[in-house]
Design a protein around this ligand. Structure first.
Ligand SMILES: C[S@@+](CC[C@H](N)C(=O)[O-])C[C@H]1O[C@@H](n2cnc3c(N)ncnc32)[C@H](O)[C@@H]1O
Length: 445
């Protein structure tokens, strides 16, 4: 049987080989029954933390392994995850972390490897690591200290300035709190808070969205409130999207990129179970997830269909919908806290390709919006190419659409500071939410 650190090493090697996204892989391990409750926490911390801080850890390790030319990849990963524990996990004594690493090296390699691992880690323990705050160059400092590739840091500094970039990159290292959306078609926020507290959960009202609850301790996915359809696990910034769409009871709404259904179900709840939300996503297995959520929440006003929304005009009639949401596939740079490997895998080329898909979806669905109707475009990224630039190109090609400034009245007052020219860009460090972009467009009458 493998112990928690061996499993963490195995998981990190798989992420390294790009065999799986970290968040999905971690969930698979947690559900596999290989880890008890206590070890699950440590496993998650080690795997996420090591990925989050890979560049910093490699920077610290580099001078100590410079002579070890033939170090195998798994040994580098073992050194990284052990140094992570030594530097960032207070509850794990450094000597215990080193001892475990040496045992793993003996088991997986041989005595020679174990001695290298022991030597490198003990040297770092003796000499300490350099102070990164002393790095004068902003890009170098932010990039190494927060483990974000240079190109990303340079780009964000150009778009948001040094201070915002540094704070955002630091926030990307902090695990998010769990938040949930109350199904207001079924109960009030206060009623659900009482329900959760009665079951022993430590929860409060959320700070950003009006229907949100934040968990201070305990996984709300295991609550009765979740099982019985009173809540949906969702980040607060995501909750603002359905608010910006502002669907009303009885309307016909199209959610074009809808799986796993977080926003579809919110829209359906806001419509109090009346009218229709038609939700599409690329594949059958994805639209099934939407259906499952709709059933759990007791919402019967959702219809699902597997299709490419770049062909929506083949399936739907022109001017058929009061409201359309394009919650587009994107680079996800607003959710790095949840998916740390995105930092290292996504490239500028991906950003450009995604922008092409985003524009194609918007162009296709635009004629389906009723005159006087609403089109909301949102992404969980912070890159201008996928956000403001996509909107700008869309408006240039669609003179019958304009930015709808009423988004100001639809989102909470404190959020309004971050709306510029009708476009909302939330960065993770503003409220500790995911980074999100939302714009509400109106088709002229
Ligand atoms: C940001 S996610 C949507 C999240 C969803 N709105 C929610 O709140 O749960 C983007 C989704 O777009 C889907 N997608 C990507 N390209 C698409 C296309 N051409 N047509 C329809 N869906 C697409 C992806 O499968 C993915 O599920």
């Amino acid at each position: 049987m493998k112990n928690v650190r061996e499993l963490a090493l195995e998981a990190l090697i798989n992420v390294e080989k790009k065999q799986a996204y970290s968040n999905l892989l971690i969930n698979n391990y947690l559900e596999s029954g290989k880890l008890n409750k206590k070890d699950s926490g440590l496993f998650t911390e080690i795997v996420y933390g090591t990925i989050q801080r890979t560049m910093t850890l490699d920077y610290y390790l580099a001078p100590f392994i410079v002579k070890q030319k033939k170090l195998e990849d798994w040994v580098k990963v073992l050194l990284r995850l052990t140094l992570y524990q030594m530097l960032y996990l207070d509850k794990v004594p450094a000597r215990a972390a080193i001892f475990e690493a040496v045992e793993i090296a003996k088991k997986k390699g041989h005595k020679g490897v174990a001695s290298v691992v022991n030597g490198v880690l003990r040297s770092i323990q003796r000499q300490g690591v350099p102070d990164l705050e002393e790095m004068k160059d902003d890009v170098d400092r932010i990039s190494i200290a927060t483990s974000h590739p240079r190109w990303m840091v340079e780009k964000w500094i150009a778009e948001y300035g040094v201070e915002n970039t540094e704070r955002m990159c630091e926030m990307n290292l902090v695990p998010p709190s769990q938040t949930a959306r109350v199904n207001t078609a079924k109960a009030t926020v206060e009623e659900v808070i009482a329900m959760l507290r009665a079951q022993g959960f430590d929860v409060d009202k959320g700070e950003v969205a009006q229907e949100s609850i934040v968990s201070n301790k305990g996984n709300l996915a295991y609550s009765n409130a979740f099982k019985n359809g009173f809540i949906t696990i969702q980040d607060e910034s995501s909750m603002l999207v359905a608010r910006a769409l502002g669907a009303e009871p009885g309307q016909t709404v199209y959610d074009s990129c809808a799986a796993p259904g977080g926003k579809t179900t919110h829209i359906a709840e806001m419509m109090k179970g009346t009218g229709t939300v038609i939700s599409t996503d690329l594949h059958d297995h994805k639209v099934k997830l939407i259906k499952e959520q709709a059933d759990r929440l007791g919402l019967s006003n959702i219809e699902v269909k597997a299709m490419d929304s770049r062909k929506a005009q083949e399936a739907f009639q022109k001017e058929m919908f009061d409201k359309i949401l394009v919650d587009a596939p994107c680079s996800g740079f607003g959710v790095i806290r949840r998916k740390p490997d995105l930092k290292y895998t996504k490239t500028m080329q991906d950003v450009k390709q995604l922008a092409t898909i985003q524009s194609a979806i918007l162009d296709e669905v635009a004629p389906l919006v009723k005159k006087g109707g609403t089109l909301v475009y949102s992404t969980c990224t912070i890159d201008k190419e996928e956000n403001t630039e996509v909107v700008k190109a869309f408006l240039e090609n669609h003179e019958d659409f304009e930015i709808d400034m009423s988004i100001n009245e639809l989102v909470p007052q404190k959020i309004q500071t971050y709306i510029q020219d009708g476009m909302l860009q939330l960065l993770p460090h503003y409220y500790g939410t995911d980074g999100f972009f939302i714009v509400r467009l109106k088709r002229q009458v």
